[in-house]
Design a binder for this molecule. Structure first.
Ligand SMILES: [Zn+2]
Ligand SMILES: [Zn+2]
Length: 367
């Protein structure tokens, strides 16, 4: 007889929050939710949740894998992109979730890096080939054979999940389960974005969008002496930014108050790219942190790029990024702002994220 567990699966990818808004206003709606109200959500035929709660057999750890009893799982914007179909599904009925903190309960053959009872984290990257030119150059995030938790393979919106031991993380003891979960993607990707943004010591950093990833990244930058300017919708997000030490806050389309050395766009909104580039000083770098972004409008060479400005994307992360970030997060005392959500309400959590109503990071808690 097989042990069963509860799991959320992406059963029907499609827009979550669209109602009176048509598809062409999708980009705008990601920045301005003022036209959305609860009643329109409740009446919308498109309002069916893309997620379904199902019963599944508890997975069996393959050689090299460990089985983890999930205690919490963070909700990432990538889960939303997957649920809404903006990120093409790699297989149907996948269990999303790649910010898992839990306890090792079973070891696959040869998985000797952990012991039963260890607290571990399961993150986005879960396989690379180890042999290609990118892997050999320490850039495994670009490995063409890379595989991802909650996209290629079932993730942590479930009571149990498996992970290759080589890709699991030890969690610094100073963080609770709930605090640690958002570190595993929001934190790690934010850290890589900050590296990609080439922020000089004591430099000025612009941050566009202030969700889970941004609120952690801002703290890293501030702790390292940067002056941080935040451009975002949402009164709560702006308050949090000021509370964490941002030098200024403004609306998503506002110009930065000073020329920036570096900027990171966390919002999945391509229309912000020209604005952010215009706010960069000479030699400035703009990093685009998301896995998905709406189309970028045409750029003007003089206004947006001349004076050796650079724009770059951020693609996943290496395990080294993850290890470095977790050490840094503990040493700098990064504060993780979370909104706990019961496991049974994962669909509601995604809807809140889509609507931009979240303070810090949402975390699903097993009950
Ligand atoms: Zn490779
Ligand atoms: Zn993520």
């Amino acid at each position: 007889m097989t042990d069963m567990m509860r799991a959320w699966v992406v059963s029907d990818p499609g827009p979550i929050h669209q109602s009176s808004l048509d598809q062409s206003s999708l980009d705008q709606s990601s920045l301005d939710q003022s036209s959305l109200d609860q009643s329109s959500l409740d009446q919308s035929p498109l309002n069916q949740s893309p997620l379904t709660l199902v019963e599944r057999p508890v997975p069996v750890p393959a050689p090299g894998e460990v089985l983890v009893r999930v205690r919490v799982c963070g909700v990432c914007r990538t889960d939303l992109h997957l649920a809404e179909g903006e990120l093409a599904p790699r297989h149907s009925m996948v269990v999303p979730g790649h910010e898992v903190v839990g306890e090792v309960v079973q070891l696959g053959k040869g998985a000797d890096r952990f012991q039963i009872g260890d607290r571990v984290g399961i993150a986005w990257l879960r396989h690379t080939c180890g042999a290609c030119r990118w892997c050999r150059a320490g850039r495994e995030n670009l490995c063409p054979q890379s595989r991802y938790t909650g996209w290629d393979t079932d993730g942590g919106y479930a009571e149990f999940a498996v992970v290759p031991a080589a890709f699991a993380y030890r969690i610094p003891p100073s963080f609770t389960d709930e605090q640690a979960a958002p570190l595993l993607c929001a934190g790690i990707i934010g850290y890589r974005s900050l590296l990609r943004a080439q922020l000089p010591a004591g430099g000025r950093l612009g941050i566009y969008g202030f969700g889970a990833s941004a609120h952690l990244t801002a703290q890293l930058a501030i702790a390292q002496g940067a002056e941080v300017h935040v451009m975002t919708r949402g009164e709560e997000a702006r308050e949090l930014a000021l509370q964490l030490g941002a030098a200024s806050v403004g609306g998503p389309y506002d110009a930065a108050p000073v020329p920036l050395d570096s900027a990171i766009i966390f919002a999945p909104a391509g229309e912000l790219v020209p604005l952010a580039l215009e706010s960069l000083g000479p030699s400035g770098t703009l990093a685009l942190a998301g896995i998905h972004m709406s189309d970028i409008p045409a750029l003007n060479y003089q206004r947006h790029l001349f004076n050796e400005r650079t724009v770059c994307s951020v693609t996943s992360n290496t395990r080294r990024d993850g290890e470095e970030f977790l050490v840094l997060a503990q040493r700098l005392g990064v504060q993780v702002t979370t909104t706990p959500v019961p496991f049974e309400q994962a669909d509601v959590a995604l809807r809140d994220l889509a609507a931009g109503h979240v303070r810090g990071a949402e975390v699903l808690r097993m009950t």
